[in-house]
Design a protein around this ligand. Sequence first.
Ligand SMILES: Cc1cc2nc3c(=O)[nH]c(=O)nc-3n(C[C@H](O)[C@H](O)[C@H](O)COP(=O)(O)OP(=O)(O)OC[C@H]3O[C@@H](n4cnc5c(N)ncnc54)[C@H](O)[C@@H]3O)c2cc1C
Ligand code: FES
Length: 331
Amino acid sequence: MHTIRLAGGPAFPCADGDTILRAGLREGLGLSYECSVGSCGVCKFELVDGAVEDLRPDAPGLSERDRRKGRRLACQSRPAGDCTVAMRLDDAIRPPVRPQRRSAVLEAARRLTHDLSEFTFRTDGAADFLPGQYALLQLPGLAAPRAYSMANTPNGEGVWQFIVRRVPDGAGTAALFAMAAGARVSLDAPYGQAYLRPSPRDVVCVAGGSGLAPMLSIARAFAEGPADGRRLTLYYGARAARDVCGEAEVAALPGFGTRIRYVPAVSDPEDGGFAGRRGFIHEVMADDLGRCFDGCDVYCAGPPPMTLALEDLLVREAGLPVDRLRFDRFF
Ligand SMILES: Cc1cc2nc3c(=O)[nH]c(=O)nc-3n(C[C@H](O)[C@H](O)[C@H](O)COP(=O)(O)OP(=O)(O)OC[C@H]3O[C@@H](n4cnc5c(N)ncnc54)[C@H](O)[C@@H]3O)c2cc1C
Ligand code: FES
């Protein structure tokens, strides 16, 4: 156990093997982060005193300039002793549920498309998270955990469901898709800031590929809530007809067809097997809403270029306040 002191702020314990970010979040501190895997760069900090081990020296979240200036990533830094670090704290982003490490058993895997499957894990105790958040799974044989978003809603039975796309030559997905029912993993959760917030506005969910998982969690939580006149639309972007997914799950929700809608679109112009809308999903969404976003909160998950395009369209072009768009980039 080491002690991490925030320059000009509080100190917190960091258990052996934990990263500075995860230890701070376990203490309920409002540390900035997004991906937890070294890719986004949001968790940068400066080491004032002490030594840390860098778990991912080539992490894309740090630029050459960052490295020259001695900046580090809190999600990839494991303390080698007591440390003092310079990092911003913000009470507005304190974790609503403090992450915990648990042992999880794989109960079932269900194929959804040619490359997407749903995995159901169970832990002792409640599955405690907010809709839209993700878990870090330590998969067999991997040095580092992978992030996967929950597709179900929080529950007392300890059920955690994920929708995962099998990535060609991907080490994590190869290990996950090879697991048999009864196998165990370490599940550390919940993480993420793109969770469903209370609001008087309509909800717009935009998902690309496996980004379906957290958007489905949000849609399911919305369906469990009161029918108060608000509506939710889940826009799902796929490359080709065989990639389209999620309609059956959304159609099963109470309120589907009245206060809940599902709109898929396919972006490959060559794909002849799809009768619905064509184009990039953020454009389909914007056209569908008549390019008027005043009355909605937007949630989004999927490949980084998709979330970037959505941010450009909504925040930079249409002037949507930044806190009305929440997203996770699936690095
Ligand atoms: C917040 C978040 C939520 C996500 N949710 C989902 C989801 O719900 N469904 C889904 O299918 N995918 C999701 N992803 C993507 C997922 O985490 C993996 O990137 C993807 O499954 C490919 O992993 P792989 O190991 O098969 O591929 P690989 O090509 O072997 O690994 C790619 C990814 O693994 C991580 N990684 C690789 N090396 C290291 C290292 N040394 N240290 C730390 N991290 C490393 C990086 O994120 C990298 O992009 C999410 C990603 C993020 C960031
Ligand atoms: S949270 Fe550390 S790089 Fe994304």
